[in-house]
Design a protein around this ligand. Structure first.
Ligand code: SF4
Ligand code: SF4
Length: 189
């Protein structure tokens, strides 16, 4: 959990008035929190988490007040994609030492432990709703992460600097313009 409110608003959109967390507590367990005021490791329920939600809601840390998963912001994601219902937690991810231009700032789609989101088709629906802009999208199934957007051919051309075939020229140029010039690098799988 890492809040960059301005960047999150510009890339994902503002928090939607008609989306509420309800019984969902996914982020309070799944994510790392590393702020001066409050820290917790990934994959571990927060020490303040109770069966009724946050036990210190009225005085919860600033990060918990300002951070929202993508489902709370992205209108194109279906209503049924709330993390506790879909088994998918989607958020903006920031890598301090990215291996390539697709890792620095990206949308991360995490399959939650025990989730059947791949088998049910929900993962495909959610990915479809996210993979249409100039923000990279990664999918993590718990054991590995995969770049889902842009597709491998476009990603390879963006990273290699090679000339793109005519049907991909506009798309490759748009990604290159968005992310500038990057060294060729592996790490898209
Ligand atoms: S994962 Fe999203 S919907 Fe669930 S509690 Fe966190 S912010 Fe709310
Ligand atoms: S302090 Fe409350 S809102 Fe923040 S992670 Fe812990 S349980 Fe969740």
């Amino acid at each position: 959990m890492h809040a960059e409110p301005d960047l999150e608003t510009s890339l994902l959109g503002p928090v939607l008035a008609d989306r509420v967390c309800g019984e969902c507590m996914a982020c309070c367990t799944i994510l790392t929190v590393n702020t001066p005021e409050f820290k917790k490791p990934a994959g571990t329920p927060c020490e303040h988490l109770t069966s009724n939600g946050c036990g210190i809601h009225a005085v919860r840390p600033p990060i918990c007040r300002s951070w929202f998963c993508a489902w709370r912001r992205v209108a194109s994601m279906p209503d049924e994609a709330r993390p506790d219902r879909s088994g998918l937690l989607v958020s903006l991810n920031f890598e301090r030492e990215p291996r390539n231009c697709f890792e620095g700032v990206s949308v991360s789609v995490r399959k939650l432990p025990g989730s059947d989101a791949i088998e049910s088709g929900m993962a495909a629906i959610v990915l479809d709703s996210l993979c249409d802009g100039l923000v990279p999208v990664w999918f993590s199934d718990g054991s590995k992460k995969m770049l889902m957007h842009p597709d491998p051919e476009v990603a390879g051309l963006v990273l290699s600097g090679e000339s793109a075939p005519s049907h991909l020229q506009d798309e490759v140029a748009a990604w290159r313009e968005q992310y500038g010039v990057f060294a060729a690098s592996d790490g898209t799988g």
